[in-house]
Design a protein around this ligand. Structure first.
Ligand code: PLP
Length: 416
């Protein structure tokens, strides 16, 4: 039985107050809070083991290197990568995707090739492909969003038919919560000879993700959204795709031999980790993965489905609210984006903050989706995680009711 109160007790920040009331943290799609074991791993590293990795023979260097590589093995096991060598530590999802754009796409794409992405991407999985298309002469085409906020797959085979080399899609939308059928899309891409990059920023923290089951070539995700520290993330690369990648950054630690005239590369993953890596944060990400593993990702997912169902039920009391996301909760993460009549999302967010409720307002780094497909300048967004409770959803809805009272009827119109 999932005991959310026991989970909450592990997160020191959840017991603080904001504006004189208990914090209700519902901005988890932006970043997650950190449990005590993750914070302790950071402190332990700096108090006892700090040294540079992969270069010293002294005790601290060996300890730091061992812990860093153990963290890589934990992250690899968490996503069922065939080997730790298939996991490259990066700063975040954005850097992971840029690594693929710089190290794979820049080497492989030719004029006339095609990159397929979707209309529901975060800027991090759109802007690098716009650039890759521009610099290589490839064409960027997008799978459309259907009216029910899922991907419209009717065009998929046609989009894949002409020289598609890469499909880059999100596993779970940070705006809509939509969980995409990555396995079916990967199967279709494989048949067409295209590689597949999955943006796992909003899936790896929230549901079981198995890269071998999906069959993708790349999976990008951020540590900070899955209880780990900011400044570390990971890129999974399949063994086949790894063979096709040149270096991303060049310098220390990614080389095998260097002369004054030339250099050769270390085997992966070192080939892609030039310079001193973010050792402490990687080790703490390992602690986060331990924590998530102990809870069980299926349990986390179940908890979030129940909470989202409860939230959507309670939102029905708000006549002025419009929510954006699939009705089918089996394909929806714990994200509820919404409008509230004519009240600007930034005003909603500020009003909620005065009640201790933290949500996000804006375009959520998905400007084309919000502006051109949802046809609003911005939305408010509540996003849940493994420590959120029904009582917190109640606090959200009460605060929204107070917001509506405050802004009054004059400002509140149901959006057309
Ligand atoms: N992709 C998605 C779906 C996201 O939600 C985010 C962050 O919100 C990112 C990519 C970028 O993550 P980061 O800022 O950690 O690089």
């Amino acid at each position: 039985m999932y005991d959310v109160e026991r989970v909450r007790a592990d997160f020191p920040i959840l017991s603080r107050e904001v504006n004189g009331v208990p914090l209700v943290y519902l901005d988890n799609a932006a970043t997650s809070q950190k449990p005590a074991p993750v914070i302790a791993a950071l402190v332990d590293y700096y108090e006892r083991h700090n040294a540079n990795v992969h270069r010293g023979a002294h005790a601290l260097a060996v300890e730091a290197t061992t812990a860093y590589e153990e963290a890589r093995a934990k992250v690899a096991a968490f996503i069922n990568a065939p080997s730790p060598e298939n996991v490259i530590f990066v700063r975040n999802t954005t850097e992971a995707i840029n690594l693929v754009a710089g190290a794979w796409a820049a080497e492989r794409l030719r004029p006339g090739d095609r990159i397929v992405s979707t209309e529901i991407e975060h800027h991090s999985n759109l802007v690098p492909w716009q650039h890759a298309a521009r610099t290589s002469g490839a064409e960027l085409r997008l799978l459309a969003m259907a009216d029910d906020y899922t991907l419209d797959l009717s065009d998929l085979d046609a989009l894949l038919s002409a020289n598609a080399r890469l499909v880059a899609l999100t596993h779970s939308s940070n705006v809509l919560g939509t969980i995409t059928p990555v396995k079916a899309i990967t199967d279709a891409a494989r048949r067409a000879g295209a590689r597949v990059l999955v943006d796992g920023a909003q899936s790896v923290p929230h549901l079981p993700v198995d890269v071998q089951d999906i069959g993708c070539d790349f999976l990008a995700f951020s540590g900070h959204k899955m209880l780990g520290p900011m400044g570390v993330g990971a890129l999974y690369v399949s063994p086949d795709a790894m063979e096709e990648m040149g270096p991303f950054l060049r310098g220390g630690e990614m080389v095998l031999e260097v002369t004054y005239a030339d250099a050769s590369w270390a085997p992966p993953p070192m080939k892609f980790e030039a310079g001193t890596p973010n050792v402490a944060d990687a080790i703490a990400l390992g602690a986060a993965v331990d924590y998530l593993g102990a809870l069980g990702m299926a349990n986390v997912r179940e908890h979030e489905i129940a909470l989202t169902a409860y939230a959507l039920e309670r939102f029905r009391e708000l006549e002025e609210a419009e929510t954006y996301g699939p009705a089918d909760l089996s394909i929806r993460g714990g994200v509820v984006s919404f409008s509230l009549g004519g009240v600007h999302p930034h005003d909603i967010s500020q009003a909620l903050d005065s009640c201790g409720v933290a949500i996000r307002a804006g375009h959520h780094c998905a400007m084309p989706l919000v502006r051109s497909r949802l046809n609003v300048p911005a939305t408010a967004r509540a996003s849940f995680y493994l420590y959120n409770t029904e009582a917190e959803v109640d606090a959200l809805v009460s605060a929204l009711k107070r917001t509506l009272e405050y802004f009054g009827d004059a400002d509140v119109r149901k959006p057309r």
